[in-house]
Design a protein around this ligand. Structure first.
Ligand code: UD1
Length: 335
């Protein structure tokens, strides 16, 4: 059984990935500093998978603590999620983002080099494409200047990984993950006011937020609101399992990158309408000003992931909006 170190393994994407790793016969070792999640997620992963998980409360920037994990376990590969991801906060506090996202990556890579471990899957983002000249974007589409320090940490992260010739690395460029596990035991747990669309929608629907503000309706799109490629978090989690298998079968790969999206673009109002219809809810929303730094439209050409990783998205937008709402209801009940 292969052992996979999962940094940020109790976060939103990390927790779903840990479940899929266990389902696929891997042994995950979870490292998380709990800065943006709760220890309760560990129990919930164990409930879903009927398996005890190894967990260390460690910050990836703490080299001594991180090294000690490699002394206790024979690690085959690493999936590196641990990073901050709030675009607005990164503009306010850029050094916090460079310190954590770049500092954490470098610390991890130093430990990997010292321990002779080369396999790594890196969480990248479609943000590297900025405002693309056209969509769908493929992996050869130009990298645009990042519109935030957060986005820049993903670009710089990819560059660092490209330069580290001792690695066998796959970077996954995520589009917009939403939804939750079908058990409603794990999902997105935003602390404070959500920045992202789906948790804002579900929190508005349940009455935590008064109303959703749709950021702009005069974009050059069919209904004037921005277009994104929303992907079910479980499909995204499975892409990591496929990436590990790719690394195992391409031992001299060095560095490769894959778009992980459904290949379909939906507007903000498409999502709102689908959420209302499928969950039989009327959502309070208003049209507000554009959000600074927002991309007008971007969706993925995912053919490289389909052909080379043998990955595909199996969940529909209906699954996404329904599971997101089921998760919000379950959260409410557990309070
Ligand atoms: C952003 C980042 C992305 C990052 C992700 C992680 C950019 C361009 N995108 O994605 O790289 O990985 O955050 O957090 O930097 N919206 C509303 N009202 C709201 C919230 C969102 O209308 O209250 C709209 C936005 O304008 C956007 C869409 O919903 O059109 C999706 O927004 P969001 O969920 O924040 O994701 P991105 O901005 O696409």
């Amino acid at each position: 059984m292969k052992t996979i170190l999962v940094t940020g393994g109790l976060g939103y994407i990390g927790s779903h990935t840990v479940v899929e790793l266990i389902n696929s016969g891997y042994e995950p070792i979870i490292v998380d500093n709990l800065s943006n999640t709760s220890i309760d997620v560990l129990n919930r992963i164990e409930q879903i998978s009927h398996k005890k998980c190894v967990f260390y409360q460690i910050d990836v920037c703490d080299k001594v603590a991180l090294s000690s994990v490699f002394e206790k376990h024979i690690i085959d590969s690493i999936i590196h999620f641990a990073a901050f991801k709030a675009v607005g906060e990164s503009v306010e506090q850029p050094l916090k983002y460079y310190q954590n996202n770049i500092g954490g990556l470098i610390t991890l890579l130093e430990v990997m080099q010292e321990k002779g471990i080369k396999n790594i899957v890196f969480s990248s983002s479609c943000t590297v494409y900025g405002e693309p000249d056209s969509s769908p974007v493929n992996e050869l589409s130009p990298i645009k200047k990042a519109s935030s320090p957060y986005g820049n940490t993903k670009q710089i992260g990819e560059e660092i990984l490209t330069d580290c010739g001792f690695l066998n690395c796959v970077a996954l460029r995520y589009f917009n993950p939403i939804g939750a596990h079908s058990t409603a035991l794990i999902g997105e747990l935003p602390l404070g006011v959500p920045n992202n669309l789906m948790p804002y929608i579900t929190q508005t629907a349940i009455g935590i937020r008064e109303q959703l503000t749709v950021f702009g309706n005069d974009y050059n799109t069919p209904d004037g609101t921005c277009i994104r490629d929303y992907i079910h978090v479980v499909d995204l989690a499975n892409a990591h399992v496929k990436a590990l298998k790719f690394i195992e079968t391409h031992p001299d790969n060095l560095f490769d990158v894959f778009n992980i999206g459904t290949g379909e673009g939906y507007t903000v109002l498409d999502i709102v309408n689908m959420f209302e219809k499928e969950n039989n809810i009327t959502l309070k929303y208003k049209i507000g000003p554009k959000r600074a730094g927002d991309v007008e439209k971007v969706w993925a050409d995912n053919s490289k992931a389909k052909t080379q990783l043998q990955w595909q998205a199996n969940h529909t937008l209906v699954d996404m909006v329904k599971s997101a709402w089921k998760w919000q209801l379950a959260l409410q009940e557990s309070k």
